[in-house]
Write a protein that binds this ligand. Sequence first.
Ligand code: IDP
Ligand code: MG
Length: 144
Amino acid sequence: MAGNRTLAIIKPDAVASGRSGAILAHLEREGFVVRAARLVRLSRAQAGAFYDVHRGRPFYDELVSFMTSGPCLPLALERDEAVARYRTVIGATDPREAADGTIRRLYAESKGRNAVHGSDSDENAAREIAFFFPESELADLAAT
Ligand code: IDP
Ligand code: MG
């Protein structure tokens, strides 16, 4: 079904500070179901390719360095209106601008080290999920 999946990444700051469990619990409380998960230490080439849309921006090198600084936890998540609902739950990119109770407000350190990634469209969600997970690794919820 279109529009029901998004790609989340619990970023290296949140994994290193032991917030992965709290963030995952927050997402599950908000109705997201985990279809796939993998702890991964990205190479510079992988992080650069994932964030290729930002290549040339002033924060690009900082972003690639941060995303390769330790393991991160990509998650393929499912619920209705997944992209829009997830963006609401995580809040604005800069935690100082994120609404009270959002994941970035609760757990992010700064605009760069901001705890979580989220897809920004259904098209990018499909591309980003495929970047980390072959379709065959997405758990079939109907079979559980
Ligand atoms: P998003 O993660 O809310 O979609 P984007 O604008 O797509 O935000 O930026 C991607 C990531 O790049 C952000 O989550 C953040 O980690 C980093 N980033 C964006 N803008 C800045 C900045 O001004 N300074 C440092 N890092 C930034
Ligand atoms: Mg973005």
